[in-house]
Design a protein around this ligand. Structure first.
Ligand code: LLP
Length: 383
């Protein structure tokens, strides 16, 4: 699908800013709803990928729930109209006020990552005379084969409960009156493009389900997290293969009667609808390379600097002969670089640049480093 940037209208907006193509977002959400509904699966949108109000409300209108990792994300989901019955809340370090916020709003489930957390939720729920639904986040020890910063399912990660602790956890749970074990939860990592990792996860979940059943526990909910990747090299390939993704789980994950399968998808829903828009301030000739210096920097999109992530860069203004540029931002850090030896049509001051596939972990990770303004969002249907 072609993004069809409305270059004339975009050129009049003060840069840098985020531009969201709402057609791409809607088509993506349409497909996710269709493919997940085939199997009766439940999808929670992982708010951390993009907490922008317009994006969140659009996703909510498709009937998806929300997967939150902080009190303010829970609040944002509620403010955007997500029903509390569709809100799940994960995170290794939930503060007491955040747990209380979840309890006060009767959220669907706390995804719990340790025994001490289980005990605190029990205590706080008890003070309110409530019973909190919890899912145990279990470390499946499945390698997601992705960047080490976003691999989360291995034993040495800080996330989740290790399988050898489960016996202990069930014993502790049996003594806690204000928590109810509703589910088991997994998440192996993010930007996973090889579905084999999800196949491995299914096999592991099946084994763990057997273990629970042998201990007379049948969790009502199995939540397999998120992590489906997108095609950063080719943003025109805008919609991930949700058909194969959900089909894989339907073929390999054994659910017992009455069990529900839940997902927490972030990146795959919102990544390709967003671009960071910027203008070229200067073209500077170095000894061996020439730099295209943008007015957007790592404060607007930190992924290249933080994860050496690739984002396709396009010059929307020029049709000149191609040359190579190191595309950098204005921030006082050498890592403030969007791409090295990027092939672009001849680039000049004032050209409009799109840094593609920036709808996920883009705007939401922007900062005011160097006391810069936060980039504003604009939407294709409101220009
Ligand atoms: N569920 C849990 C428990 C998670 O930790 C995450 C992401 C998700 C769901 C959603 O994963 P997704 O479907 O978006 O892959 N800032 C990094 C990504 C960090 C992902 C953290 N957890 C990046 O820019 O690549």
């Amino acid at each position: 699908m072609n993004n069809n940037f409305p270059v004339d209208r975009l050129s009049g907006i003060e840069t840098p800013f985020y531009y969201y193509n709402m057609d791409i977002l809607n088509q993506t959400l349409d497909l996710v709803r269709k493919e997940s509904a085939k199997y009766g699966y439940h999808v929670h949108y992982a708010v951390k990928a993009n907490a922008n109000e317009r994006i969140m409300k659009t996703i909510k209108d498709y009937g998806f729930g929300a997967d939150c990792v902080s009190g303010y994300e829970v609040q944002q989901a509620i403010d955007c109209g997500y029903p509390s019955s569709g809100i799940v809340y994960a995170g290794v370090g939930k503060a007491d006020w955040e747990i209380n916020l979840g309890l006060d709003n009767d959220i669907a489930c706390f995804n719990v990552e340790s025994i001490p957390e289980l005990e605190i939720i029990n205590e706080l729920a008890g003070k309110k005379g409530k019973i909190a639904n919890v899912a145990l986040r279990i470390n499946p020890n499945v390698n997601a084969n992705t960047h080490h910063y976003i691999t989360t399912g291995l034993e040495e990660n800080k996330f989740g409960i290790n399988h050898w602790d489960l016996e202990n956890v069930l014993e502790v749970l049996s003594g806690l009156k204000n928590v109810k074990l509703e589910g088991i939860h997994f998440h192996i990592g993010s930007q996973i493009t090889d579905l084999t990792s999800f196949h491995d996860l299914c096999i592991r979940v099946n084994e763990l389900q057997e273990w629970f059943i042998s201990h007379n526990v049948l969790p009502r909910i199995v939540n397999v997290g998120g992590g489906l990747g997108v095609d950063y090299q080719n943003p025109e390939n805008a919609i991930p293969d949700f058909e194969s993704y959900f089909k894989l789980f339907s073929e390999h994950l054994d659910l017992r009667p009455g069990q529900e399968l839940h997902f927490e998808l972030g990146r795959s829903l919102v990544c390709q609808c967003g671009s960071l828009m910027s203008k070229v301030l200067y073209v500077k000739k170095g000894v061996k390379v020439q730099f295209a210096i943008l007015d957007a920097g790592m404060s607007d999109l930190i992924r290249p600097a933080l994860y050496q992530a690739f984002h396709k860069i396009e010059n929307l203004s020029s049709k000149g002969n191609v040359e190579k540029y190191d595309v950098v931002g204005p921030i006082c850090e050498s890592s403030d670089c969007f791409g090295k030896a990027v092939v672009l049509p001849e680039t000049n001051r004032g050209d409009l640049i799109a840094v593609r596939s920036a709808g996920a972990y883009g705007e939401v990770m922007a900062s005011q480093y160097n006391l810069r303004k936060l980039p504003k969002p604009y939407y294709s249907d409101q220009l």
